[in-house]
Design a protein around this ligand. Structure first.
Ligand code: HEM
Length: 361
């Protein structure tokens, strides 16, 4: 009887959880589950094991500014950054949402196996097909791949096998931030990353989820050597782009009533409908996110907690009120994120891919 009841609870919970929220006994995407579903995440599963080990601040050893401009180096490709910028400019002009996608792609790349373009792979060295792109945080959600591919193909014509996909992802996020902020955000982006040769869906459980609490958010960033301030600063990226109703429809009651009513109508009971993350300036990368946190106009629980937790509320208020403060912090935090666990020495696990979705044969 008890076993039947447990099975029923798991069935109901997994139905509510949506696709593949939990994989196996030891990997659990708890921050990606609706509040009811912690039932599915046994204590001791990877995401629930807190506090995580704090990583050292990312050194980015081996990266340098203007990496492709050195005439004496075999990596010389003076148009490299301009080629990426052109591809991003075109894509963002056609659809600003793709710019948001590129910023997120960079975050999801760097948090899993470091900034090594593992997030782009569909074919890996080991033959594993269950790649990061298939992981619950990424599947049917990440976008911007075609912009990376367009830049890569132009770069292969200009300088074959010279510019890594990992650097393209970093430059593209830098450029998307520039265009979406109307030129107000200039991230410095050193180059020299190599591309990884492996990618595993289950490792995307390192990405914090929309239901994560502040301790979980801080722990996931600390594990990558990023501070709580970095976490609050980078969350400001939720002032652009979109999100599925699945991740916020359980918290309409906690939102500003007018916004909740608008979103409820927009979602209309369909979990997979998308809504803008920032209802005020949806396509501009600006500090409006922090005003939204204060005004209860953010979508995720993980956004709202920043305005409630004692460790983060002061920074939220400062970012909301002080002109220009957040933009400078965002530039530095993005650069820091781009230094996470980079591979800079060619070898069995690092190369410059010819095609960004496939390891070299
Ligand atoms: C702090 C923890 C974070 C959580 C829990 C989180 C969670 C999410 C979720 C659930 C979505 C919507 C996905 C969907 O519905 O398909 C999203 C979208 C997005 N996130 Fe985050 N995120 C976090 C941090 C970040 C960071 C650090 C960045 C970049 C610096 C970022 C940039 C974005 C962007 C730009 C979008 C919109 C993407 C698009 O429109 O394609 N997020 N995030």
């Amino acid at each position: 009887m008890a076993r039947r009841l447990a099975a029923l609870i798991v069935l109901v919970a997994s139905f509510l959880a949506g696709p593949a929220a939990c994989q196996g006994a030891s990997i659990c995407f708890s921050g990606w589950l609706r509040p009811l579903n912690p039932l599915l995440c046994p204590r001791g599963s990877r995401m629930n094991r807190l506090p995580r080990q704090r990583g050292a601040s990312p050194s980015g050893f081996g990266l340098s500014y203007g990496y492709y401009n050195n005439r004496r180096s075999s990596s010389y490709c003076p148009r490299a950054e301009a080629i990426v910028r052109d591809a991003v400019r075109k894509a963002v002009a056609a659809n600003p949402g793709v710019g948001a996608g590129l910023i997120r792609l960079f975050f999801h790349d760097c948090f899993v196996r470091g900034c090594d373009a593992s997030v782009l792979l569909t074919a890996t060295n080991s033959g594993n097909a269950d790649v990061e792109r298939e992981g619950p945080p990424n599947k049917n959600s990440l976008r911007g791949f075609e912009v990376i591919d367009a830049a890569k193909s132009a770069l292969e014509s200009a300088c074959p096998r010279t510019v890594s996909c990992a650097d393209i992802v970093a430059f593209a996020a830098r450029d998307a931030s520039f265009f979406l902020s109307r030129g107000r955000i200039n991230v410095r982006a050193p180059g020299g990353r190599l591309d990884g040769r492996e990618s595993f869906a289950n490792e995307t459980d390192q990405l914090p989820g929309p239901f994560s609490n502040v301790t979980e958010l801080q722990a996931s960033f600390a594990a990558k050597g990023l501070s709580s301030d970095d976490m609050v600063t980078l969350s400001g990226a939720h002032t652009v782009g979109r999100a599925r109703c699945l991740f916020f429809s359980s918290r309409f009651a906690e939102m500003d009533p007018a916004l909740a009513a608008k979103l409820r109508a927009q979602c209309n009971g369909d979990d997979n409908t998308f809504a803008n993350q920032d209802d005020v300036t949806p396509d501009v990368l600006d500090r409006q996110y922090y005003r939204n946190v204060v005004d209860r106009k953010v979508l995720f629980g993980s956004d709202a907690v920043l305005g409630n937790a004692t460790e983060t509320v002061a920074q939220v208020r400062e970012n909301a009120n002080r002109v220009g403060a957040w933009e400078r912090k965002f530039e530095l935090a993005m650069e820091k994120m781009g230094r996470i666990e980079v591979k800079t020495r060619a070898g069995r696990d690092a190369e410059i891919r010819k095609v960004c979705s496939v390891v070299n044969s």
